[in-house]
Design a protein around this ligand. Sequence first.
Ligand code: UT7
Length: 327
Amino acid sequence: MKSSSVRILGLGAFVPEKVLTNFDLEKMVDTSDEWIRTRTGIQERHIAEPGTAASDLGAKAALEALAQANLKATQIDLIIVATATPDMTFPSTGCVIQQKIGAVCPAFDLSAACSGFVYGLSVAEAYIRSGLHKHILVIGTEITSSFIDWKDRATCVLFGDGAGAAVLGVSDKGPELLGSYLGSDGEQADILKVPAGGSALPLTSENIKEGLQYLKMSGGDVFKIAVRTMDEAIQKICQCAQITPAQIDCLIPHQANLRILQAVADRVKLPIEKVFINVERYGNMSAASTVVALYEAAKFGKLKNGQHVVLVAFGGGLTWGANIIRW
Ligand code: UT7
């Protein structure tokens, strides 16, 4: 499974200061704190001020990860930015972050919606194992508030803004990335998407009037497929590392909905205490979700040397995947 040890050398995270609570949302749409908490587990989320870009959050998270890794930005060989809310169509948010942090290396964006960071770790792993790059910065950053229809109670209560970053590299110490597993199914593209703003449906005053620039989701369908595909990804990544799901010490899932996390834990027969959960404070931060959860699990001392830590995610595309780390 491995030719050289790919390690996590540093982690960083950043969320905007402004907090939007369920009670604030009660004043904006026909909803209640009770509905949001019982259906999703979310209590509050962070929302960026207008004028803030995904690159602003991503750069801050990246600088913290670099400091933790004890590396200068100029020592990074590649920047991969997972985002569904890039600063603009092009240039890539990766290039913008490269300039903001003072790196001198190739940079690109990766589009896998909420699974983006898990995909990004897999790409970085392959580059490092091939010997092509030594130090790679993988960033998940989102201003989800930019594609939310704040009049649609079915979606606006679910999402939040934030960013996380990891520096990966070859080293003989630190948490070791053992392997990754990825899946996708374009047949299900329509159940979770932002219809307008790309080449298929460029923005016009007509489709803006129809609200097609906003996220559209068939929540119930997404829920069911999320549970099934995250279960599958966990089984596959455990096979890859030759362990059983019962041997996972900490599961770090994409934080979309507490009920999804409970259903996944039940399916893989993992006690919920082994699942790291922070959805109540951030909501769904899309590609930033798993990396911010990983950062917090490490910071709060939940991850001990030698433990098996599994990241698992699911998102639009549809996409899903998992990474396994020996801490
Ligand atoms: O990153 C991946 C992206 N997304 C996800 O993973 C989301 C997956 N899906 C979900 O998390 C859940 O399906 C939701 C939280 C979105 C919805 O929960 P649900 O239990 O599936 O509710 P529902 O859509 O079946 O709606 C139940 C009711 C409906 O009213 P009626 O038709 O029963 O009268 C909705 O109109 O709840 C209503 N509703 C709300 N009521 C108060 C929907 N949103 C709200 C709201 N406040 N915010």
